[in-house]
Design a protein around this ligand. Structure first.
Ligand code: ADP
Ligand code: 5GP
Length: 204
């Protein structure tokens, strides 16, 4: 099952996803995106992102390697088809992508689950962006301006997680993933085996 997690920069998407991928591994995985933005000090190449040059990114675009890509806060970000197809096999996959990317994924995977994350107040969003310490004041202003437009798109999503209290937000996202696992279409294999055991029992 594919879960698309979107929301304004600084709202806590990576924090929530990191927590749940750690807790629910190996069945739940994170889709590592390609980006042309600079690596932050705590980030790892190939784990948080594939950090690439603009030329490398454009060449992947030309090859048709991306399932979706977008220009976000002046940098290029994209999810390759290969990343999604390989990691989705036999498991759940979480994508941390912006609203434009979410729209492109919806066109290709209409059955994916779309989750929007937001803290309830922009002042808190600003505080988190400042606290993270990885963005210049100019880039923080840009991200806050974009946040308003992003929040306006909430109606395009299936679920909303309000990340004011981290533990509650983790629990909300966990519940969304667990309920996805329980959907009938994801239980067909198990049900087929359960059904045969009921039939065998009835015949004996
Ligand atoms: P995003 O991936 O959406 O850009 P991050 O996960 O990097 O956001 O979170 C931005 C900052 O906010 C980080 O410093 C993170 O530790 C902090 N943060 C995330 N969720 C909460 C929360 N519920 N309460 C307080 N701080 C939070
Ligand atoms: P950051 O630079 O803070 O890690 O991410 C900035 C924004 O880019 C976030 O909204 C994040 O969700 C988005 N993003 C990260 N990876 C991708 C991607 O592969 N595709 C798209 N469209 N957006 C992405």
């Amino acid at each position: 099952m594919l879960y698309v997690v979107s929301g304004p920069s600084g709202c806590g998407k990576s924090t929530l996803i990191r927590r749940l991928v750690n807790e629910m591994k190996p069945g739940v995985r994170f889709s590592v995106s390609h980006t042309t933005r600079a690596k932050r000090s705590m980030e790892l190449q190939g784990k948080d992102y594939y950090f690439v040059s603009e030329e490398e990114f454009q060449s992947l675009v030309r090859e048709g390697a991306f399932l979706e890509w977008a220009l976000v806060h002046g940098r290029l970000y994209g999810t390759t088809r290969q990343e999604v197809e390989s990691k989705l096999e036999g498991g759940d996959l979480l994508l941390d992508i912006d609203v434009q990317g979410a729209r492109q994924v919806r066109a290709r995977y209409p059955r994916a689950v779309f989750v929007f994350v937001a803290p309830s107040h922009p002042k808190e969003l600003k505080r988190r962006l400042e606290l993270r310490g990885s963005n210049s004041p100019e880039s923080i202003r840009e991200r806050l301006a974009a946040a308003r437009k992003e929040v306006e798109s909430f109606e395009e999503f299936d679920y909303i997680v309000i990340n004011d209290f981290l533990e509650r937000a983790v629990q909300e996202l966990r519940s969304i993933i667990v309920s996805g696992k329980c959907r009938r279409e994801n239980r067909l294999e198990e049900m087929s085996s359960i059904l045969s055991s009921y039939r065998l029992e009835a015949d004996s």
